[in-house]
Design a binder for this molecule. Structure first.
Ligand SMILES: Nc1nc2c(ncn2[C@@H]2O[C@H](COP(=O)(O)OP(=O)(O)O)[C@@H](O)[C@H]2O)c(=O)[nH]1
Ligand SMILES: [Mg+2]
Length: 275
């Protein structure tokens, strides 16, 4: 991949966001969410914006063309390095939940994401974690069980204190022609993600470019604040199954009870909307 200097323009939202980071460092921006939500496509959109349509297909992330998940491993997509040696690296991840997989398989994919966060903790000098982009499919007409479970997994990975690092953005704006429908959907989603927005997560309400969303995540620099999964795996040396998120797969009841709490919240929200 062409790694020529990124050198953002003066008005570029990247410029200010990048300046907060130490020089000569990779800024890692993981893109996470449910399987099929458009994580790989989102990263490809950034790569195309950055390098133009001439980008080679092997430089792009694999995009899912069937109902089954296709991103099964963590994969990195590097943007160019600035003259100060800062480089944004987007991280494509396996879906947190697919809905078609067995619970055991779902757990294995989340474990890969958890292990990646564990690795990042160990490479703090050369690479630092920026914000986390969490994607939601705007084209869905209803909130699914998997959306609630995926949100629980996000919360368990981050922990309450690190939810402020999350940028929630939506995909598939191009498939919805009706402006009013977009407004309604966004309003409902803002309520759905209210519990993390309250903790400082950003919910992107406008149709922003993928690159602008990455800049928002880069701006979420919180040095020296490990995620809950890093505290558990790196600092307490817990195995994945002993972590908060790992316990969802060890004891399915944990995910169910968490899910029930969100379900009650959603019911209350709907009751307040529709009486
Ligand atoms: N129309 C449209 N299709 C999208 C968008 N984002 C993703 N897709 C399609 O949705 C499918 C799943 O996308 P993918 O990036 O593989 O999802 P991932 O599992 O989250 O990585 C692919 O067929 C994509 O082309 C979008 O914003 N608009
Ligand atoms: Mg993918």
């Amino acid at each position: 991949m062409d790694t020529s200097a990124l050198n953002p323009r003066a008005e570029d939202p990247f410029r200010k966001a990048l300046e907060k980071y130490p020089e000569n460092v990779d800024i890692l921006i993981p893109v996470i969410g449910r399987s099929g939500v458009g994580k790989s496509e989102f990263i490809n959109a950034v790569l195309r914006e950055e390098y133009g349509q001439g980008i080679k297909s092997e430089q792009l992330m694999d995009v899912q063309h069937t109902l089954r998940r296709c991103t099964v491993d963590v994969r990195l997509a590097e943007l160019g390095r600035t003259s100060e040696g800062r480089r944004v690296v987007l991280v494509d991840t396996p879906g947190l939940i697919d809905g078609l997989d067995s619970r055991e398989n779902e757990g294995l994919h989340v474990e890969k994401v958890a292990n990646w966060f564990k690795e990042v903790y160990r490479t703090q000098d050369s690479a630092v974690l920026g914000g986390i982009i969490y994607l939601h499919n705007l084209a869905h007409d209803t909130l699914h069980h998997e959306d609630r479970q995926s949100l629980l997994i996000l919360k368990a990975l981050c922990g309450v204190k690190s939810l402020c690092r999350v940028v929630v953005a939506t995909t598939r704006w191009d498939t919805i022609k009706d402006e009013a429908s977009i407004t309604w959907k966004l309003r409902d989603l803002e309520e759905f993600y209210g519990s993390i927005i309250k903790e400082g997560a950003t919910f992107v309400k406008e149709n922003r470019t993928a690159r602008e969303i990455v800049a928002m995540a880069v701006a979420k620099y919180t040095p020296g604040a490990p995620l809950q999964i890093q505290q558990e795996m790196n600092e307490k040396h817990s195995s994945f199954s002993k972590t908060t998120v790992g316990s969802f797969y060890r004891e399915p009841a944990n995910l169910k009870s968490g899910f029930n709490a969100i379900h009650t919240l959603t019911r209350r929200m709907l009751a307040s909307l529709f009486g």
